[in-house]
Design a protein around this ligand. Structure first.
Ligand SMILES: [Zn+2]
Length: 313
């Protein structure tokens, strides 16, 4: 029993949690001697009690020894332990204290979001553009989007190789056919950066939001549709409406939606070529320029049909 107690104490110590040996022994003693629970079951029982007490997720505690190496695109299940060879494509601002780093990882197959917990502070910080082996990380799903979490039991091994990231950057040309709600002047949660809906964050409730500008649009190339996401900088450059200007417009009109209306007028029905990293169904636009080719083709067609008429006349 002493042996089991010591093992349990060591396991928790590995997770940075100090559990009193005597407390473990007392609980084991009770279960095994008083309630005649088999030692193995007693061990599990006691571990569960302390996991609960110290708020440690089970999956994190019981790390498998070898986790399978997977490709980003194959991550389609929640709560699995995996190993990923990937490049850090983007680092985003981590707006939560529990998060050390957040961004996008990519390998030959595509990209996936990652979160490195602050609890994993013993691990090295990753750098944008560098490649690593991410060992013992867990998969996670939120609103149909998959991501990976780097936790305390993970390993980050830098590799001297520039992993080619598949489908990044992506290019798409077509017409913008719709601007989605949640575009224009929006407010974000100061805690987690999520866009607020009616002044409330999905996670943090009613908060004092921070203004931002963005465009979520749908493009159509005649065969397929593609969702695109324009951040503040790209939106400002493309529409000529700065965040400050957007705030003025909204104040003047007493309506935030006025900005969205102007953006719609400027963009819908026009042809564009965009490039950027693909993230699930979105292209995170890095460059966008108006595409004059379709217009020239249309004029060409008009001229071709108009020509004989002109000759006859
Ligand atoms: Zn929030």
């Amino acid at each position: 029993m002493k042996e089991i107690a010591k093992q349990i104490e060591a396991s928790f110590a590995k997770h940075g949690v100090k559990v009193e040996l005597s407390e473990i022994e007392n609980r084991l003693e009770q279960l095994i001697n008083r309630f005649k629970v088999p030692p193995e079951e007693a061990r599990r029982n006691v571990i569960n009690i302390f996991l609960k007490k110290h708020n440690i997720p089970r999956a994190e505690f019981f790390t498998p020894r070898e986790t399978p190496v997977v490709k980003a695109v194959d991550i389609k299940e929640d709560g699995k332990w995996v190993t990923l060879r990937a490049k850090v494509v983007q680092l985003w601002e981590a707006n939560q204290e529990s998060i050390a780093q957040v961004g996008l990882l990519g390998d030959e197959s595509g990209t996936i979001r990652f979160t490195k917990w602050a609890k994993a502070s013993a691990l090295p910080a990753v750098e944008e553009g560098k490649s690593y082996i991410f060992k013992n990380i867990t998969t996670s799903e939120w609103q149909g989007q998959f991501s990976v979490k780097i936790n305390k039991t993970s390993e980050i091994i830098p590799i001297n190789e520039d992993i080619e990231v598949g489908s990044t950057p992506t290019e798409f040309s077509g017409a913008i056919v719709d601007i989605q709600s949640g575009s224009g002047l929006i407010k974000r949660c100061p805690e987690c950066n999520r866009a607020l809906v009616k002044g409330a964050c999905g996670e943090h409730g009613k908060v004092e939001g921070i203004y931002d500008l963005r465009v979520k649009a749908v493009m159509d190339d005649g065969e397929k549709v593609q969702d695109i996401l324009l951040n503040r900088e790209i939106t400002e450059n493309l529409t000529g409406i700065t965040l400050e200007k957007a705030k003025e417009m909204a104040t003047e009109a007493l309506d935030q939606a006025v900005v969205l209306d102007v953006i719609k007028q400027k963009l819908v029905g026009r042809y564009f070529v965009v490039t950027g990293a693909k993230l699930d169904r979105f292209i995170l636009v890095e460059t966008i320029k108006q595409d004059v080719k379709p217009l020239e083709e249309n004029i060409g067609k008009l001229l071709a049909t108009a020509a004989p008429v002109a000759q006859e006349a």
